[in-house]
Write a protein that binds this ligand. Structure first.
Ligand code: MN3
Length: 205
């Protein structure tokens, strides 16, 4: 049984950057629906005993096309939102430390530079999608964008996403309307780099 990540904060905890109604709809309805449907499809495909990362990385093993597409979309939606909600916090650490901080400086030059690249990728994503910061097994970092609920696993890159920025309209439209860039700016106010750092340590080992 795949479970929705438990929030470490209240529905209004991210105000004013991410408002309560958006949280209630996004986490309570959209993410809950992805989770429910992913569980049903995973059961049908006989993969409900596998980690979600593995399901998304081995989609080509599913021969039924409708089921494969469903797992890609619903499993991606389940995974991406777990990552998104678990890295937000009312008490967000505004910078990483340790190995992640070193690698960011090495690859991008500064924290501001990687934030700018991730923002640009998110704002430039045509239609619904995400931008991701991901790590390969050697700890190298990559900024990418994906459409729909795709991610570096389902795209077959072998990289692990450690930060996910949701730019589906449901993530911001209730508060920010058409102003995606304003939402992206607000996202960084509640993005907890400590949680991202923990994801990096786990991904790289
Ligand atoms: Mn979303």
């Amino acid at each position: 049984m795949f479970e929705q990540v438990k929030l470490g904060y209240d529905m209004n905890g991210l105000e004013p950057h991410i408002d309560q109604l958006t949280m209630e709809t996004h986490y309570g309805k959209h993410h809950a629906a992805y989770t429910k449907t992913f569980n049903e499809l995973a059961e049908k495909a006989g993969v409900s005993n596998l980690p979600v990362e593995e399901v998304l990385s081995t989609l080509d093993k599913i021969s039924d096309e409708t089921l494969r597409k469903g797992l890609r979309n619903q499993g991606g939606g389940y995974y991406n939102h777990n990552l998104y909600f678990s890295t937000l916090s009312p008490n967000a650490a505004k910078a990483p430390t340790g190995k992640l901080a070193d690698e960011i400086n090495k690859t991008f030059g500064s924290l501001d530079a990687v934030i700018e690249q991730l923002s640009k990728a998110a704002i430039g994503q045509f239609g619904s999608g995400w931008s991701f910061l991901s790590a390969d097994k050697d700890g190298k970092l990559y900024v990418t964008a994906s459409p729909n609920q795709d991610n570096p696993f389902s795209e077959g890159t072998g990289r692990t996403p450690i930060l996910a920025l949701d730019v589906w309209e449901h993530a911001y439209y209730l508060k920010y309307k058409n102003l995606r860039a304003d939402y992206v700016k607000a996202f960084w106010e509640v993005l907890d780099w400590k949680a991202v750092e923990a994801n990096y340590e786990k991904a790289v080992g």
